[in-house]
Design a protein around this ligand. Structure first.
Ligand SMILES: NC(=O)c1ccc[n+]([C@@H]2O[C@H](COP(=O)([O-])OP(=O)(O)OC[C@H]3O[C@@H](n4cnc5c(N)ncnc54)[C@H](O)[C@@H]3O)[C@@H](O)[C@H]2O)c1
Length: 243
């Protein structure tokens, strides 16, 4: 992709699943990558597993921790050109069983966490005259999916956060929301039996889950000069699921 060499990229959740594939792709494109995540093992082993990455432990739901992490990133990278706000969690529960603490946790990480990181990144980008912010929403933010009411609401919120920021921050900063469908990552694998995987695949027109690197390729395109006319876009990458 054009224009990614030397770019300073922050990927939240950048040491697992979609985020890890995204970190790897940006590093392959010649960018510099700092990842924020909460998994102690994934962060501790990141430098060895993903050569070139700077991985920091940071809970994106904690505003003060995010401010500290971005200050550290200023020291490590000297600024931020691209943010992929990707960290997220899900809890599978019927609506009637969701507890207030479940609801709060999912909204805190998936929506408020994106807000904290996007605001830190956007302040730097506006001051520097440009940047790109990409957010991992989900097809769950577009249509109702059973047993994920809190998650779905958080992802719908991410979509309108992206669209609103895109209008306020144009033309200097481009902001887009990406809506992956089913992607085979640790998050998904933890919830599936082999039978469940086959059942879900049968509902997807392309007949399979996405690979994390297929989502990463979209992030690289959107952040690159080749994606320069994308802002305020909500892009499904779902094998035809929502078609
Ligand atoms: N896997 C899918 O099918 C799928 C589909 C659509 C959207 N998504 C979204 O993609 C994103 C990545 O999911 P994944 O499947 O790669 O999951 P994953 O579990 O492999 O990775 C999640 C990452 O987020 C980090 N994280 C979790 N809570 C955090 C917090 N409070 N602060 C900082 N980091 C935190 C983890 O440390 C990890 O690095 C999520 O936002 C998820 O909702 C996933």
């Amino acid at each position: 992709m054009e224009g990614l060499t030397g770019k300073r990229v922050v990927v939240t959740g950048g040491t697992s699943g979609i985020g890890e594939a995204t970190s790897r792709r940006f590093l392959d494109e010649g960018a510099r990558v700092a990842a924020l995540a909460v998994g102690e093992d994934e962060v501790a082993t990141a430098a060895e597993r993903i050569p070139g990455i700077d991985a920091l432990l940071c809970n994106v739901a904690d505003a003060a921790a995010v401010a500290d992490a971005f200050a550290r990133i200023d020291q490590l990278l000297g600024g931020v050109d691209v943010l992929v706000a990707n960290a997220g969690i899900s809890i599978r529960k019927p609506f009637l069983e969701i507890e207030a603490t479940d609801w709060q946790r999912v909204l805190d990480v998936n929506l408020t966490g994106v807000f904290h990181c996007a605001q830190q990144a956007a302040r730097r980008m506006v001051a520097a005259g440009g940047g790109v912010i990409l957010m991992t929403a989900s097809t769950n933010g577009l249509t109702g999916h059973e047993y994920y009411a809190d998650y779905n609401a958080s992802k719908a919120g991410v979509i309108l956060l992206a669209r609103t920021m895109a209008r306020e921050l144009a033309p200097a900063v481009r902001v887009n929301a990406v809506c992956p469908g089913y992607v085979l990552t640790p998050m998904q694998k933890a919830e599936y039996t082999p039978e469940m995987l086959e059942q879900v695949n049968a509902t997807i027109p392309l007949g399979r889950h996405a690979r994390p690197d297929e989502i990463a390729a979209l992030y690289a395109f959107l952040a690159s000069d080749e994606g320069a006319y994308f802002t305020g876009a909500v892009i499904s990458i779902d094998g035809g699921e929502t078609a």
